[in-house]
Structures are given as C-alpha cells and as structure tokens.
Design a protein around this ligand. Sequence first.
Ligand SMILES: Cc1cc2nc3c(=O)[nH]c(=O)nc-3n(C[C@H](O)[C@H](O)[C@H](O)COP(=O)(O)O)c2cc1C
Length: 188
Amino acid sequence: MELMDAIRGRRSIRIFDGRPVDKGILEQVLDAATYAPSRMNTQPWHFHVASGDARMRVAEVMAMTTAYLEEYIDVLGPEGVEHAARFYADLGAAPVIIGVASTITEDWNEARDNAISVGAAVQNVLLASYDMGLSSCSISSPHWIRDRLGDVFDLKEGWEVVSLIVLGHGAEEPPERDRHTDVVTYLT
Ligand SMILES: Cc1cc2nc3c(=O)[nH]c(=O)nc-3n(C[C@H](O)[C@H](O)[C@H](O)COP(=O)(O)O)c2cc1C
C-alpha cells in the first residue's frame, strides 16, 4: 500500500469481529512503532500488549470508565455518550489492547516532547496496522483509572499509560470524519 493511501484511508475502528491477530503481523506492527522519531532519540515509550486473559483484565478496568462518561454530555451529547459507553463496555471486542506507556517527568519541555514522540509511535502503529489489513483505534488513557491501568499493565516505577490502542479485524466501515482545512499559514 502506498503511504499516502494509508494516511488517507485509515479510520478509527471501534467494532471488531473478535478474530485473533496473527502474532507475526502484530510483531511487525510493533516494530513499525520503534521507527518513530523521538526527542534526542530517547524513545520514551514501552508497548504493553494484552491479549487473551490479560486483554479481559484490561477491558474490565476500562469498563469502569463508563461511570464517568456523563461528564462529557455537553461535548458528546446523549447519543455520543451512549455510543462511547457501548464501546468502553468491552472495547468493541478488540482481541488486542496495547497500553502505551511513557516515562513520567516534571519537566514541561520533556513532557511535551515525550508526548509528540509517543504520538508519532502510535501513528506508526495505526498506519502499519491498516497497511497489514488490521483495524485500530487510539484511545485516551482515562485519568480516573490511572493507577488501575498501571497495575493491570504491570508498569515499572516512573512509567504511566499515556494512551491505549485497540487492534483487531474491523467489523464496521465508518465514513471519513470531517477535516479542518484552514490549518496552514504560509509565511513569505
Ligand atoms: C490522542 C487521541 C485520543 C483519542 N481518544 C479517543 C477515545 O478516548 N475514545 C475514542 O473512541 N476515540 C478516541 N480517539 C480517536 C478519535 O476520536 C479519532 O481519531 C477522530 O475522531 C478522527 O477519526 P479517524 O481516526 O477515523 O480519522 C482518540 C484519538 C487520539 C489521537
């Protein structure tokens, strides 16, 4: 697949058919993550891949967030909250849940650059998955369950889960979301 086709064709998928992901393909997808650029090549990421029983344990923790979704009623509206609650109840039956961990830092510059670096790695995972016929969705790491996620992914001291990626064989084909076009200013 051409890179531009992957960039334009990828969608966030939130419903999966439950089929497992081939381990060799998963390894290639995660290998792609490691080629992302990072601040001074610090590579401030670690990928905790949960499948099988581990995936069930992570999904149970994530399901706890449905209790807090009402906080987003103003942004999402009642339908959006209901949709989100359905997704969070079992993460769309995704067979693989990746906890993306990064190092905790009090330094503002480092934190910002870590976030950009991790974002690049996450995008590599999303694009490589799509290229290999898989579907995925990057999801926020909810602050309400920060410690529980740390426990369920068995993180080392000094690391936190900053993002999650659900991965599998998609069972929906959502339309392309609107894109802002007025986002570039050329200086001459
Ligand atoms: C940092 C980040 C956090 C996100 N968090 C969530 C989330 O918590 N729940 C969710 O359903 N989608 C989440 N998404 C997916 C976005 O909703 C999605 O990327 C956006 O609506 C554009 O749709 P597309 O990915 O299909 O182009 C997140 C994406 C990013 C990059």
